[in-house]
Design a protein around this ligand. Structure first.
Ligand code: MN
Length: 400
């Protein structure tokens, strides 16, 4: 495992439990975990491992445990999200505790010299809560993690993480990796780059069930699912710039409930987009995707920026172009294994400037061209032999 590759350094183990009220496809027993070597705000060099569990419904008391191997390590616990929940952290002998009951969901507990033994983290009083519990502990041995939460290699099965990543994760991304911060939401999945303050990519499923008639939310906010200590764009970065807050997962793709629509209005789902592009061919393809959904198809979409050198505001990266991959399943099982060479796969790269005036079909390209410009592996859970076919041809199917 990666976490054993630098044994001379203090090792930090991050246990992150994603809690979501809806639409997580994994059952409580379906633990997901991965490991990364990431950055940290701590002042000493360390390695990070991330273990993660995803829960379908959080409506009752949840208890998590973690064994701290050595006294003297640091321990930090963060519970963030929407809704209300209480957090109680207790050491093995009960001599060290932290209780957070505020209605605002930004609970933090930290201990500079946590006692060794099994610590418990209780999440109670949950009301329609959606967010994450992250536990960071300095440790010299990952085997100190309790059974059931193991640290091992990168995620490979996107479908186990979320329906939105059914066709695979484009890259390794984890809670705690500042430039590839994984945000799993009921409505979509993001890899967020907190240095560039834009997503690396956003993935979402679209079918008729997501489409209704709720009113579009009116304004954006920073993403409350991100810790306050990690860089993020603000509305002020966009105000007065020449760029729109360009949705990746569009508002109009989430009109089934007010909550689902509001979830698209966070700045982790946005890149600075030239109005010509945002209101032109980018919108044209978005409309086409919804036509497909209304026609009974299930569509898997991933989009993101091609990075350039310019920024707005406090350093929000302005892409030179934005790209999108759209996989269209006509009927039947929508899964990586059911994507064949006959499946329609649309790929586009559109310039993020005033030249983006053509109809969306004029920007069609190959998935492989996007992969070469971004370093991502799209459709990564699809058989390589099938990727080699559908990623190297330009779709020519006429729009609906
Ligand atoms: Mn690929």
């Amino acid at each position: 495992m990666p976490s054993s590759s630098r044994p001379s350094r203090l090792q930090s183990v991050v246990l992150a439990c994603l809690l979501a009220t809806t639409a997580c496809d994994t059952a409580t027993s379906d633990a997901q975990s991965d490991a990364v070597v990431g950055e940290s705000e701590l002042t000493r060099p360390l390695q990070s491992g991330v273990a993660r569990r995803t829960y379908g419904v959080v409506d009752q008391v949840r208890l998590y445990t973690l064994k701290v191997a050595e006294a003297g390590d640091t321990l930090a616990v963060d519970l963030t999200g929407d809704g209300t929940a209480k957090l109680k952290v207790s050491s093995a002998d009960g001599s060290q505790t932290c209780l957070r009951t505020a209605a605002t969901m930004d609970h933090h507990c930290s201990f500079l010299a946590p006692g060794a033994g099994t610590w418990t983290f209780e999440v109670t009083g949950v009301t329609a809560f959606s967010g994450s519990l992250m536990v960071t502990v300095g440790s010299t041995d990952t085997t100190s993690l309790d059974a059931g939460v193991s640290v091992h290699g990168p995620l490979t099965a996107g479908a186990q993480l979320s329906k939105h990543t059914t066709l695979g994760l484009p890259e390794a991304a984890s809670i705690g990796d500042v430039n590839h911060w994984l945000l799993v939401k009921p409505q979509y999945v993001v890899s967020y780059n907190s240095t560039r303050k834009v997503p690396n990519w956003v993935s979402w499923q679209l079918n008729g069930a997501w489409l209704g008639d709720v009113t579009r939310a009116s304004s954006f906010t920073p993403d409350p699912q991100m810790p306050n200590t990690v860089g993020q764009a603000t509305n002020g970065d966009f105000d007065g710039s020449a760029y729109a807050r360009g949705h990746m997962c569009p508002s109009a793709d989430r009109t089934d409930t007010t909550g689902d629509n509001l979830a698209t209005f966070v700045l982790t789902n946005v890149v600075p987009q030239a109005p010509t592009l945002n209101n032109g061919p980018w919108k044209g393809l978005e409309n086409e995707e919804r036509q497909m959904a209304l026609a009974g198809k299930t569509v898997f979409i991933t989009s993101g920026p091609i990075f350039g050198g310019t920024t707005i505001g406090s350093g929000v990266s302005v892409p030179v172009a934005t790209w999108k991959v759209v996989v269209v399943f006509d009927s039947g099982t929508a899964a990586a294994a059911s994507l064949t060479e006959a499946t329609q796969v649309i790929a586009v790269i559109m310039p993020n400037d005033t030249t983006a005036t053509k109809v969306w079909t004029e920007y069609r390209t190959t998935v492989r061209a996007i992969e070469e410009k971004t370093g991502l592996d799209l459709l990564s859970d699809v058989a390589t032999s099938v990727q080699d076919i559908v990623e190297t041809r330009v779709d020519t199917t006429p729009p609906l």
